[in-house]
Design a binder for this molecule. Structure first.
Ligand SMILES: [Zn+2]
Length: 305
């Protein structure tokens, strides 16, 4: 069983508070480290939580509002001063435009290879941004005041070989089993051995993060069946939401909970709380009327999926 570790580096929104930093989520997939958003102060939050920030190789930015990316500038400088040599890939809508701008902001070169991947931010299609043997990272356009996307880590199903059964059919540990896992079957001593005859399947996990968004269908589709949905929960339904036209850019907690329910997720964590809420219990209570398994993010909270 894999263990995917998430740490919320910030659970606030555009203006931070003493308790809530700007948005960023640190993800550790069996030693593969990435960030989803990188608000100002993210690197100090990682230091406080004793996380291995120098080893981050991928940063996925949901949109280029400062509360979601301003931490990148300082983090890049730390990488540079720390003699980083490994490439860093930054994904986001129009990422190359912003990474080019960063390179103009200082007197020195990045000092390591910086790759920018422009993520599709229009339409309804899911895009695959990254894939290795174990998982994929997907994105989908969402509804905000600037180009914005949501991200998903989708783990592949894993086959666990029962060595007793495999040995009975004459298969020994080694490359032949890798081949069996890859192709679903192998020919051994003139006979076809099928993967399902000797192995059981563990379903891959799925984690989805909305970034900033008004409630939208794309989000619901991406979140389908997720083990964990992390969703914009800036407000509680009310007049302020309408006055500030926030309803077009962010989700109230009830609507976030409706998405969780319709998508059939296992758990919802609300985040990106407006600073007007000193205590978010009221927001969680409201969301739980629709979707029981709701929690509120807080800074440096760790979640294992
Ligand atoms: Zn934001």
């Amino acid at each position: 069983m894999t263990r995917i570790r998430l740490v919320f580096l910030g659970s606030g929104s555009s203006i931070p508070t003493v308790e809530r930093n700007h948005p960023a989520i640190y993800i550790d997939y069996e030693g593969d480290l990435m960030l989803w958003d990188c608000g100002e102060g993210s690197q100090r939050q990682m230091m406080k939580a004793d996380l291995r920030l120098m080893k981050i190789n991928h940063i996925f930015v949901t949109h280029w509002h400062a509360d979601h990316f301003a931490g990148l500038i300082g983090l890049i400088e730390t990488f540079n001063l720390g003699q980083r040599k490994k490439p860093l890939t930054v994904y986001g809508p129009e990422a190359s435009r912003f990474i080019d701008a960063f390179s103009e902001l200082s007197y020195w070169d990045f000092g390591f290879e910086m790759k920018a991947v422009d993520v599709e931010f229009e339409g309804n299609e899911t895009s695959k941004l990254f894939e290795n043997r174990f998982y994929k990272i997907l994105s989908v356009p969402v509804k905000h005041s600037v180009p914005a996307v949501a991200y998903c880590l989708e783990e592949k199903d894993r086959w666990n070989i029962d060595m007793k059964k495999a040995k009975k059919l004459g298969l020994e540990e080694g490359p032949i089993l890798e081949k069996l896992k890859e192709n679903g079957k192998v020919k051994h001593k003139g006979k076809i051995v099928r993967l399902k005859d000797v192995a059981s399947k563990t379903k891959g996990k799925k984690i989805v993060y909305s970034g900033d968004t008004a409630p939208c269908k794309n989000m619901q589709n991406l979140a389908k069946g997720a083990d964990l949905l992390i969703h914009d929960g800036t407000f509680i339904e009310g007049p302020e939401e309408k006055e500030e036209k926030m309803e077009k850019r962010h989700s109230n907690v009830r609507k976030a909970a409706e998405i969780a329910k319709k998508a059939g997720v296992k758990k919802l964590i609300l985040t990106h709380f407006s600073r007007r809420y000193k205590n978010v219990n009221e927001l969680v209570t409201e969301a739980r009327k629709v979707f029981k398994k709701t929690e509120a993010a807080k800074d440096l909270m760790e979640v294992i999926v």
